[in-house]
Design a protein around this ligand. Structure first.
Ligand code: GAR
Length: 219
């Protein structure tokens, strides 16, 4: 990995329990981790993740989308908080709110998301149910850059899990989330540390990262 002197300042955006957020906060405690979590924001004031972030000593604020007349006004409020905290990179972790194209374009190449499927399969919601319906043998999760088209941005890293006989959506989700918690900290480290760079709409890995299989986890 290339030498990175200063840690990237990261904001994590959540809407719910924030288990991926916790895995990122824990990874970022390591002194040699190339990112620091400077802020957690939730569009839902009741998100359990807000409490978990505060317990970990991270500033965590709710910006209730229902208090804003439209998406642009909500996104402007987000932007204000991000600017005030000097954020350089946004990490979406179970953030279930569509952002405006203008906001996404403003953060182009500086915002990533984790999605619970092996993209480009099963974009959108209910990914585990749809994987079961489709009869796939492998399922998983993907970290990707965010672009205006939903779940369509350049892929940074993926983790695969088997689909086993007798699985229901909950069993499959439980197997996938374990891998999400490994993959997201690894993918953020790749990006923040310069081991993965966005070039011409694709993510290019450094040689050391390619050799180490840093962007691919499988069982
Ligand atoms: C995770 O499984 C994440 O991949 C998914 O929501 C869950 C959030 O869990 N994200 C999406 O579906 C985004 N479209 P968490 O709050 O415990 O991290």
């Amino acid at each position: 990995m290339s030498v990175q002197k200063t840690k990237k300042r990261v904001a994590i955006l959540i809407s719910g329990r924030g288990s991926n957020m916790v895995s990122l906060i824990e990874a970022a405690r390591a002194t040699d981790y190339p990112a620091e979590i400077g802020l957690v924001l939730s569009n839902r004031p009741d998100a359990a993740g807000l409490t978990r972030a505060r317990e970990a000593g991270i500033p965590a604020h709710a910006i209730d989308h229902k208090a804003y007349p439209d998406r642009a006004a909500f996104d402007a409020a987000l932007q204000q908080e991000l600017d005030a905290a000097g954020i350089e990179l946004i990490v979406l972790a179970g953030f279930m709110r569509i952002l405006t194209d203008a906001f996404v374009e403003g953060w182009a190449g500086r915002m990533i998301n984790i999605h619970p499927s092996l993209l480009p399969l099963f974009k959108g919601t209910h990914t585990h149910e749809r994987a079961l319906e489709a009869g796939v043998r492998l399922h998983g999760c993907t970290v990707h850059y965010v672009v205006p088209e939903l779940d369509a941005g350049p892929i940074v890293a993926q983790a695969a899990v088997p689909v086993l006989p007798g699985d229901d959506a909950d069993a499959l989700a439980a197997r996938v989330i374990v891998q999400e918690h490994r993959l997201y900290p690894a993918a953020l480290a790749l990006i923040a540390g310069g081991g993965a760079v966005l070039e011409g709409g694709r993510v290019r890995l450094g040689k050391a990262e390619r050799d180490a299989g840093a962007a691919l986890l499988s069982l």
